[in-house]
Design a protein around this ligand. Sequence first.
Ligand SMILES: O=P(O)(O)O[C@H]1O[C@H](CO)[C@@H](O)[C@H]1O
Ligand SMILES: Nc1nc2[nH]cnc2c(=O)[nH]1
Length: 293
Amino acid sequence: MFPEANKGYSYEDCKATADWLLAQTDVRPTVGIVCGSGLGGLADMLKDQVAFNYKDIPNFPQSTVHGHAGRLVFGTLKGRPCVCMQGRFHLYEGYPIHKITLPIRIFKLIGVETVMLTNAAGGLNQDFKVGDIMIIKDHLNMPGFAGINPLSGPNDERFGVRFPCMSDAYDRELQQMAMDVGQELGYGDFLKEGIYCVLGGPSFETIAESRMLHKLGVDAVGMSTVPEAIIARHCGMRVFALSLITNHAVMDYDSEEKANHEEVLQTGKQRAEQLERLVSTMVTKIEHNNNYV
Ligand SMILES: O=P(O)(O)O[C@H]1O[C@H](CO)[C@@H](O)[C@H]1O
Ligand SMILES: Nc1nc2[nH]cnc2c(=O)[nH]1
């Protein structure tokens, strides 16, 4: 029915992987978390862990980036069943876009209702400081403008509709919850909100590119998250996403700053604890029926 291009990514392929995972663990997660670069510690919050190396999961891609451990961790967070990707996949690793987002469909098929995406990103908003946490309220999908979209190719209605709406991509109730929880935790000074733009990477931005994105209203730039958000929304999961601002995107020819992955990982380490507390507190407030309590 579907062209060759769909091989390995079909509904049946995703279902086979989901069934394999469900047969290995009794945990039935309703929340799925994706850890960004250097943010893998989020997975360590889970209790009673059942963890799988990506290489042992049928049909799963492998992590190739430093700071992405390559483990799928099931467990509970204050009693709530969760699953956590300790390491995600990016276009620049050479994976087809459908492979990058495959785990999100597997999340859906194992029963996940809410997806929480985290990433490391470069700050373009001049009010942002390194170490700020930005709640993503919307995105710019640059690869999508060139036709690189995880929904390209035949549409399987068992996942969702051919033309999904994206004006409600990031759940507003969860954004409000994050703001409220952030205030309660005393994060007011470094909790921001804004627009995230995905680029293909792996090269960081030129000054001209950063200036262009800034003019377009982008607050933070990275190389992930958006394809995952699109796939999650397509199959009806709620999406919450946040960026840790790990570095400034350089916009000035006199600047000595140079974006680099080591700084990205270092900032992740410094903010890990606060980020973990924000996410874990939110998880305890998401009811199984996904209402905000
Ligand atoms: O988006 P995550 O996976 O957090 O990683 C970000 O950090 C890496 C660059 O340092 C890129 O992969 C970029 O996308
Ligand atoms: N594209 C991009 N991705 C990042 N990930 C972390 N920092 C950055 C950045 O400055 N630019």
